[in-house]
Structures are given as C-alpha cells and as structure tokens.
Design a protein around this ligand. Sequence first.
Ligand SMILES: [Zn+2]
Length: 569
Amino acid sequence: MKSRLLFAPSKARPSRHAWSPQGLVLLCALWCAGPGNWPLWQRLASLPDLDGPRLALVGSAMGLGIAGMLAALLAPLAWPRLVKPLLSLVLLCTAGAAHFIGSYGVVLDPTMMVNVLQTDAREVRDLLGAPMALSFAGLALLPMLWLWRRPLRRPGMLRGLGRNAALVLGGLALAAGLVYATFADFSSLMRNHSTLRYMISPVNGWYSLARATLGPGAKQRKLPPAPVGRDAVLAARPVGAPPPLLVLVVGETARADHFELNGYGRPTNPGLSALGVASFTDVTSCGTSTAASLPCMFSLLGREGFQALKAPQENLLDVLQHAGLAVLWVDNQSGCKELCDRVHQAHAETPAPGAPPLPPGLCRDGGACFDMAMLHGLDERLAQLPEAARARGVVMVLHQMGSHGPAYSLRSPPDMKPFQPECTSTALQRCDRQALVNAYDNSIAYTDRLLTALAGWLQQRAGAWAPGLLYVSDHGESLGENNLYLHGLPYAVAPRAQKHVPWIAWWPQATEAATGNDLGCLRRQRQQPLSHDHLSHSVLGWLQVQTAAYRAELDVFGPCRHPQAARPD
Ligand SMILES: [Zn+2]
C-alpha cells in the first residue's frame, strides 16, 4: 500500500513548479548518462589511454553526448501520460545494466542478450541479492520516487510536438558536436576498446535486444534445420564386439587451468587422476557463453563455418541418429538450446519411469539439482531407448550445471567441499579472492566426483557395451583477474580464462579391443592444441560413423585408432 501511495501521481495542480515532460526527459537522460553509467566511467578511468585533465574532458564530453543521444531517443515519447512510465522503465533498465556490468565485468552485446533471453528462473534466482537490490534502489527507485511526485505541465498538442522535435534535434546536435570536438580521442578509444560501446547503458541493452530478436538472421533462425549427414552409417563392428556406449558430458563454466590434471596446484581431480584419463591441456572453446558455444560445439562446421551460417542446420546429434544410434540428452541446466529437439530428452529432476525416486538432497525445490542427480536411474533411461537403435549403440549427453556462477557455492553439496572457507555471496567483487576461488574449485572437485562415478558406472557395463567417457566444457570463467568476473565477453577481447577449457577422455581396456580407440596413445598426445572444432568429428570417429560430413583432420582420436577387423556380413 505504502509504495502505491509513494508512487501515486501527484494530484497537485500544475503550478509554476510543474515540470515539462521534456524537462523530465532531459534530467533523466543526465542521470542515466552520469551515475547510471558508473561502470563505464570506472572503466574509462582505468584505461591507460587517457589521464588527468584530458580524461576529465573526454569523459565529460562522452557523458553529455550520451545524455544528448538518450534525450533525443526518448523525446518523441515525451507526452504527459507517457513520460513517467517511460522514464521509470529507462531507470530500471539502466540500473539493471549498471549492476551486471559493474559487478561482473560483463558487457551487454547481442550474444550476451541471447544468453539473457535463454536464461531460466533458477539462474535468475542465483543472481538476486542485496547488492542488486541496492543498485536498483539507488539508481532507479529513488529517482522514480522523485519523478512520480512531480506535477506535470500539460502543453497543447502542437506546442508538445514542437518541444519534442526541438529536444530530438538539440540532443542529436549536442551528441554530434561533442563527438566532433573530441573526435581524435573518441575514435581511438572506440577502436582500441571495442567493448566500451556495449557498456553505454541503457542503450546497450536495447540495441542488443533488438539485434538478438530482430537482427539479421533472427527470422532464418526459426526455419527448420537443413539436413546434415543423412548418408551416415556405422562401420561394421568386429566379430563379437559389443555396441558402443558413449557418454558425452558437456561441462559448464569449467576452466582448464583449475584442473589438477592440467597442472593446477590444488587437488581438484583426485578421482580422475587415479583413473588414468587423457586430459588435453590446450583446448580452446568456440564461444565465451553457453548460447554461443553449445550450438557451435555440436555443429560440424567449426567455429568459422558456424559463424558464417545464415540458417539452422542439423548437428552432431542428428548425424548420430541418422547413423542409427540411440541418442539421449539429459539436462541439468537451462536446456539444450534446440540441439536436442529431434533426439530423446530427459531432465535430471525427473527420474526415468520405473526408476526409484531421487534420494533427498539431490534436488532443491524449484528444480535446481546437483549434477549427480543425472546419474540417478541411468540404467532405466538406457533401457527405455528404442531397442533396435540401442543394439547398434548409444550416445548419452549429460548437460551439467557444473561451475555455473555467480553462486559457485551452490554447485557442490555441503559435505563435498574440500576447499574452505567458501564465498557464498553472489557479489563476487566483495568476496575474499581466495574464498571465491575455493567456492569455484569445490565445483570443479564435484565435477571430478561426477565423472569418476560415471566412469565407475561405465566400467560395470563393459562386456555388454563398449563404454567411453568424454568430457568437454562449453567455456571458461573469469574469477576476478583484471576485475573481470563470470564470462561472455566478446570473443576477440575475452581473456584466455574464458576460452581455455578442459577436454577429458577415458574408457576401459575392453573398449580398445572392441573399438580400436587407444587411450594410452591419446595420453601421449595430450598437449596438442585442440578446439571445439574437433568435438563433433572426434565423436563421429570414435563411434566409427561414416559420412561425407566427417573430417578426419579434426578427429583427435583418429591417429590413435587401430584398424579393426570388420565382422563379415
Ligand atoms: Zn555455459
């Protein structure tokens, strides 16, 4: 009730203290450009390009220019009935953008907006907290309180039109004039630091939202996918060899340099280290976010080809299915980004029919589950795949929650946290750096447990199957280096930490005899540089799927595969 009263439009008679809609637009534009863009000003001040009076001059010019541009953009809607709701929305957008950019060092470009659009309630819940509330209170709610209590002047239609037009022209002239006056500094800044433009709030969000939903390709993305690898067939298996059972674990936000297997100085991989896996040390992701990486990883085109793609295409999972294999996607995250639309799907929180209920503690209310929930009832899930396809072989994809931030501490159960103390806040900047790394490393150690348990499950199925385990993360993460947090920076400027991912392969000895894939040989190749471009072709190679779409030079397992004596038909 109280807030309704506070925000109720003032019934006071318009007096000479009343504001014109244009005046409010101008003031709001100045507020957003100034305090509302604090992360931009902080970043500008930290750049080596400018300092002293020059920094003050260029910074002020940019601030006024942004205010002018924003005022020009909003002016056509500066009408008495519209102006307060409009400006409230602008203030909320600005506060939200400033919070995320300032707290986590991300920028709001179109790729990040695709991630935002694909996020789910659980991910949003992880982000909420006191710092976010403070940001909204200071940058949006207080000014809104002031705004809604201003009496408004109500000029006639013609006079309003004239004033709005004047504000558009004035705002544009101001922005253009200031850019012109500081052109040398301004253009070199934008050239050298291309992400700055995506820090200008709130227009960064609006622009990126428009690009993500209406931009080039948005319409084509809705078309049915073009077929890929319809010619796929499985090579004949050697006499008596069991069908392959490959589990591909898609990791989340795991950075390679926090894996003990890759030389990290903390025991984050006790289980996998004892198993004798092949862990590749120099693997580069296709993107810096889930939305960018996932479709690219599963495409057969590689990063360059995928980015040039104008319309959707079928992916690795479709090709595996064309070859006659049974394919199942088990998700413990915000979905498969349309990759698994045409294959069997399951979610970690929903046990397979016939499987016992999930043990308590694995899933919280609202469906957020620890990754180990994906292992529950795997036999039942396996048994429910179509029998004919199953007899040829099975590929299961487990899509992890992994090390998804910023709530790293929620990614491992309380009794499985070897690194203490742990940062439990989502305000990562305020956490002690070591506590933040502890929380993150606990999530990696939990992934180690998951993969080790999965290897154990697969080992027990050797004989009936030729099992294999492959783990690759979608992208890395910044943990405060250079004041950057989370991930999703534009690829060209993202630090290595956001692109350097783990790639781990393992299978029991029996699989080598059945499939020819030699793990010992692979371990000796672990330092060769790889990228997500290799993933699809390596999976096709491991399973011996033959198709014109397969590229042997991208199959990391190829050089370590012994020729097999095929079963005579
Ligand atoms: Zn991701």
